[in-house]
Design a protein around this ligand. Sequence first.
Ligand code: 5GP
Ligand code: ZN
Length: 143
Amino acid sequence: MLDYSHMKDTNCLFCKIVAGEIPCEKIYEDADTLAFLDIMPVNPGHTLIIPKEHYMNVFEAPADVWAKVMDTVKKVAHGIQAGIPSPDLNIAMNNGKLAGQVVFHAHVHVMPRHEGDGYELWHGKKYAEGEAPHIADKIKNAL
Ligand code: 5GP
Ligand code: ZN
């Protein structure tokens, strides 16, 4: 059993934001979650939603905490859609270094999108013949 600490990490940038030690442009806060503007937005209004407790990523965060983060993600998505306004937006999360995670306190990005903003999505590759069921099995058997 892995010992996942969910205590505040004193070296963590986002824990410092939760504690008010580093300023942020706050969008929303409740007992368990905080939403604030990303300092380097894809577009203005790009918001980060975090659990107030320190969990590194989706793997560490318990399901009940995760559900609360997702409630706040939905709330903020509606706020961005109506307020910026931005009819379309991306919701994304980077989990681990290879996935592009830079700040290791779990956070979900909500990013307003505009015509011609130049932000690209991932590029897909085709499965080889017969590969997809095999890959699906690997995941299903691990659930
Ligand atoms: P990641 O790649 O870990 O998913 O994204 C980390 C995000 O945190 C980046 O989009 C970056 O702009 C944002 N960020 C980094 N440092 C700060 C900060 O001090 N304040 C705020 N508000 N956002 C930050
Ligand atoms: Zn933290």
